[in-house]
Ligand binder design. Structure first.
Ligand code: ZN
Length: 351
């Protein structure tokens, strides 16, 4: 029998730096940046959207080889089945099953195709680690229960005021010329989604630290890129020296074959990693107050300040699983901006 496929699953809420982390990890030896694999069936096979390499997915030689082993004629059905199984209203039952120690997402006939997908990706890329940035915790729970999968969860968290601001930006799904826009939930909804997905991620995997769960904050990552990526690489089980850093905060990116994700996944060449802090200036007082009120429980847990520029609440759990305090602590989230690239191309506004 083949050894299990190690999947580094990026979990949490959207707009938390997952595209950046996926693209950078994809440059390490033995790592394949697969992107948001839950979208392979719909956005990849059915809609034929661009792969990270720029070709329409069905024209990408790598994905053509992978999908030859999959029942792609049923892609639309598999995509619809996934949407049905991963609905928000199924969350209470999912968490109940998890607490009882049974499979959180019940088995389904399509699971064989999903397991085959990860096995085929590992076989065709030769990767020791497949990075799946699907983020949605229920999908991660589903993947973790598939046969032949060794799941490690990287939980990326970002200040919810920043993610709410980011969600409101008008952006094409695959770049500025794409007429189909990325979703733009109102700030109250973005805040609630942030709270739900981050809380569920901790409930599902938080007790698997340090070996199976690592939490990293976007603010710590952008304040200290190279050491943070080294920690993530070591957690994933890859050589931390094999990365793309040409300086403490600069990476040289080559194209990946990632499925879906933020349009920034198409960037190549030397790319500085800096924090996007436009929200600090441009998020309205009302939106700031609303998001803060709705996410108060999570702000405390993840070490974010309540007031703009204020100190974080005491006793926050930070950077679980890495065995050391977060760089800069809560002050880094609310204090002086770090490495700001306000209007330049260096800014990372991540999905
Ligand atoms: Zn490709």
């Amino acid at each position: 029998m083949n050894p299990p496929v190690r999947v580094l699953y990026l979990a949490g809420s959207g707009r938390s730096g997952s595209t950046l982390v996926t693209t950078v990890l994809g440059q390490y030896d033995g790592v394949f940046a697969a992107g948001e694999l839950r979208y392979l069936w719909q956005r990849g096979e059915v809609e034929n959207r661009p792969c990270g390499c720029g070709r329409p997915l069905r024209d990408c030689p790598l994905w053509r080889a992978v999908t030859q082993e999959l029942p792609v004629e049923r892609a639309a059905t598999i995509a619809a089945g996934l949407r049905g199984r991963l609905r928000m209203r199924g969350l209470p039952a999912l968490l109940r099953r998890h607490r009882r120690g049974i499979r959180p997402v019940p088995a389904h006939p399509d699971d064989a195709a999903l397991a085959d997908l990860y096995a085929a990706v590992a076989r065709h890329t030769g990767a020791r680690v497949v990075v799946d940035s699907s983020k949605l915790p229920p999908y991660g729970a589903l993947v973790g229960a598939l046969p032949g999968i060794d799941l490690r969860v990287l939980h990326l968290v970002r200040d919810p005021r920043a993610t709410a601001f980011s969600w409101r930006r008008r952006r094409g799904l695959d770049g500025d010329t794409d007429p189909e826009l990325m979703s733009r939930p109102p700030v109250w909804k973005a805040a609630l989604l942030w709270l739900v997905w981050n809380t569920v991620t901790v409930r599902l995997w938080g007790d698997r630290a340090p070996g199976g769960y690592l939490r990293v904050r976007y603010e710590d990552l952008t304040a200290d890129p190279e050491p943070t990526l080294r920690r993530i690489a070591a957690f994933a089980g890859v050589d931390p020296d094999g990365g793309p850093f040409t300086g403490p905060a600069t990476v040289r990116l080559t194209p990946t074959h990632s499925v879906a994700g933020n349009p920034s996944r198409h960037r190549t060449g030397p790319v500085p990693i800096t924090a996007d802090v436009q929200w600090r200036r441009d998020l309205s007082r009302w939106s700031y107050a609303l998001v803060t009120a709705l996410t108060a429980a999570g702000l405390r847990r993840f070490g974010y300040p309540w007031r703009r520029g204020g100190p974080g609440p005491a006793g926050a759990e930070r950077s679980a699983g890495d065995g050391r305090p977060a760089q800069g602590g809560p002050a880094a989230a609310g204090g002086r901006p770090v490495g700001v690239g306000r209007s330049g191309p260096a800014r990372h506004e991540e999905g």
